[in-house]
Design a binder for this molecule. Sequence first.
Ligand code: SOE
Length: 390
Amino acid sequence: MTDPAVATAVGPVGVTAGPAGRAEPSRGGAVPVEPLRVGIVGGGFMARVHAGAARSAGARVVALASSSPASAARAATSLGVDTAHESVDDLVTDPDVDVVHVCSPNATHAPVALAALAAGKHIVCEKPLATSGAEAEALVEAARAGRLVGAVPFVYRYHPMVREARARVAAGEVGRVLSVRGSYLQDWLLDSDDVDWRVDSAAGGPSRAFADIGSHLVDLLEFVLGDRLARLTSTTNTAHAHRGGSSVDTEDEAAVVFETTRGAIGTLFVSQVAPGRKNRLLLDLSGTAESLEFSQEEPETLWVGRRSGTQLVARDAAVLTPDAARLSTVPAGHPMGYVDAFAGFVRDAHDAVRGGTPEGLPTFVDGLRAVRVTEAVLASAASRRWVDVP
Ligand code: SOE
């Protein structure tokens, strides 16, 4: 089987090899025919995940910057990255970097990504794309104007069984979708002494649980359904008024009731204080012919419910729809999970940098969409009314 990283290294239509084996840019930033060179902003858990996924996609992780020169040096050593930059500006203007992966706290996403786009870099920016709709819109525009790739890691789209569910909905197998139940539960912020930058709205933005994990849930739901939330009503809850001595101004939980543009109804529940739930993202939908359920913690199967003949479909490229089979990179019986989904996402994002048009790549437009839904959730919770989702 051809390694996708090798296949794309041949170069897409419109990219010609320039001096030193590097291609002349046919769009925005430089598009090398050699392995892409990644620079990472951030030094935490997500920086580690991005570094591993980028390497698995065939890229070289060449530089890293973080909140201080010392933390950049520490993270670069631990992730095996050669260059630790003194500042984020140095990284985004580094001529040896083709793609910037933004893994720093939420409030820094927009300024860092804008600076990198201004320097002609392609971007993979963590979600939420920005902490306001206006900033997210500016990012969409800047990427468009520079003809640069902007991708957002809504990585749960990259589980093969999610693609299988999406294909079944699109093919009409489930019938007309009547209802959807989505939930995303974690427990890592359960206690009042659990602290993290995400809790502080200055670093994490006005929404916490919904922006952090509700954004994944909404993206997954709209991606699988091929439909959009049209209006919603919500309520939020904060479990602890104080954490680690500081007052808390972001939500731990959000409950949402919604209607879609095609007339389905549904609920979303998001919590970061649900004991025992680690990363339980669950999407359960019912159509007039079939129900489907996908659970992120058991990503190797898709439950297909029928009035008679209910099945648990196991991942096996031989029987999956083409897009699900494409992301099924190891044979059946060799479990795939979060790390593989992340690698699949980065492979597609980097393919887009080379001029490809991979199916289902989440872009800045999808990042903006999730920010808009998050704003609608907060607006509804504050006004206690139904709101239209723009
Ligand atoms: C923490 O809630 C977190 O790491 C999220 O930020 C990620 O997006 C999610 O994939 C796992 O949980």
